[in-house]
Design a protein around this ligand. Structure first.
Ligand SMILES: NC(=O)c1ccc[n+]([C@@H]2O[C@H](COP(=O)([O-])OP(=O)(O)OC[C@H]3O[C@@H](n4cnc5c(N)ncnc54)[C@H](OP(=O)(O)O)[C@@H]3O)[C@@H](O)[C@H]2O)c1
Length: 264
């Protein structure tokens, strides 16, 4: 994909779901720096998303927009259609769709509720599939690509106590491979499986215990967490790599070499 920084009205467009902060925001920032126009999707973090868009629009006029929506809308065909139209009409095209939005929390066997299943499957598998399907015609027009943020715990070794999340990411992993087959040659589909890149915020319902944090850190051969910019670089690499599809790239500092089941 060639990016012409001078002609911002023809610059390619990247949509990143759940992109107001953390890894999503790093992807948006890096893509914008490379000349993309960006659509920052968010749900609860609209304030942060608007601040990010304002910062980017100060650098380049009309280059960043915010769309606020609960991805639960994929359960309603009419709302999904409206969301899809809002995405397409924002800049008139879409070149790269990044599935970044996610929920992540433990679901110990014995305590698993239908609500956990619905919420974790929604963000980590169902919405990525239905949104990919909805945007497929536009991505075909642009010969674009889909990039999914996955988890090493959805590939081989599960994260202890997180059965539903592990299952959801495993489904998403298979979505990447299935769509890569079915949408070729017009749309490429790839994934990035993360290890521990940025820990959940301590004051959120996704927070890890101190023991979990110690176990994770001690299991990383690189002896440190990753940084969101590692992921952003990989997204941009996949976006421009016209002969890569169906590939899952692991970014985990070597963690998947050392973990066995839930034991770090
Ligand atoms: N952090 C890591 O080290 C790590 C490790 C392995 C895999 N990953 C994967 O990498 C991606 C980014 O990780 P992260 O830690 O930066 O993600 P995150 O902070 O846990 O979540 C990203 C965003 O998802 C959005 N979201 C959640 N539920 C939503 C819903 N129902 N509708 C719309 N948006 C919703 C939230 O947006 P709002 O705040 O706007 O509500 C949230 O800010 C995720 O797919 C994650 O599974 C991350």
């Amino acid at each position: 994909m060639t990016i012409n920084l001078a002609k911002s009205t023809t610059a390619p467009v990247m949509l990143v779901t759940g992109a107001a902060k953390r890894i999503g925001a790093a992807i948006v920032f890096a893509a914008h720096h490379q000349g993309y126009r960006v659509i920052i999707h968010c749900h609860q973090s609209e304030k942060e998303a608007l601040t990010l868009a304002k910062k980017l629009n100060t650098k380049r006029d009309n280059s960043a927009e915010v769309i606020t929506a609960d991805l639960g809308l994929v359960n309603c065909p009419k709302q999904l259609e409206e969301f899809t139209q809002a995405i397409i009409t924002t800049f008139g095209r879409i070149d790269v769709l990044v599935h970044n939005a996610s929920r992540f929390y433990p679901t110990a066997v014995g305590d698993i509720k239908l609500q956990h299943w619905d919420e974790l499957m929604l963000t980590n598998a169902k919405a990525p599939l239905l949104l990919s399907q909805a945007l497929r015609p536009e991505l075909e027009k642009s010969r674009g690509c889909i990039i999914s943020l996955l988890d090493i715990h959805g590939l081989q070794q599960p994260f202890l106590g997180y059965t539903v999340y592990n299952m959801a990411k495993a489904a998403h992993n298979m979505m990447v491979k299935s769509l890569a087959l079915e949408l070729a040659p017009s749309v490429r589909v790839s994934g990035i499986a993360l290890g521990a890149n940025i820990l959940p915020e301590d004051d959120s319902d996704q927070a890890l215990s101190d023991r979990q944090k110690r176990q994770i850190l001690s299991s990383i051969p690189m002896q440190r967490l990753g940084v969101p910019e590692d992921v952003a670089d990989c997204v941009l690499y996949l976006a421009k790599s016209g002969y890569i599809t169906g590939e899952i790239i692991t970014i985990d500092g070597g963690r998947s070499l050392t973990i066995a089941g839930g034991l770090a």
